[in-house]
Design a protein around this ligand. Sequence first.
Ligand SMILES: [Zn+2]
Length: 166
Amino acid sequence: MTYIFTNQHRQKMSIARLGKEPWNKGTKGVMQAWNKGKKLSQEHIDKLSESHFKNPNRYWLGKRRPMGENSANWKGGVTRRLSLLRSRFEWKQWRKTIFQRDGYKCFDCGDMGYLEPHHIIPLKVGVERAFDVNNGITLCRPCHKKTMGKEVELARTYFSFVQCQV
Ligand SMILES: [Zn+2]
């Protein structure tokens, strides 16, 4: 019975495909799934990396092990970030260089309060550019938070600014 059902189903599918644009239906499903998954994991990774960089000690005390469904995914991230942690000096230097270049004020609003260096190309996209001065921009804390999840669309704006500065 199962076999017959599957067979009928397959036939229906292939007929349906013949009638419509083949890529239209298929791509739509794939893209939705890709978008959804991407957005979730991006936010997740950003949150984790942000808290890790801001306060590594508290991060490690609070979360001994990666949690949730992304744990398998995340283990890779931990290994990468651990190696970044070893170059804390580089991180500090990078931060300082960017703040100095941008005049110790937020690129978005000009605030000079609590500043944070923002990675134009997110670390998960290009870890090798973690300490690239051309890959950093000064943002205040509220503005930095606003960039979360919008890294890709903002990257162009920030990048052109940094290029002008060099
Ligand atoms: Zn700001």
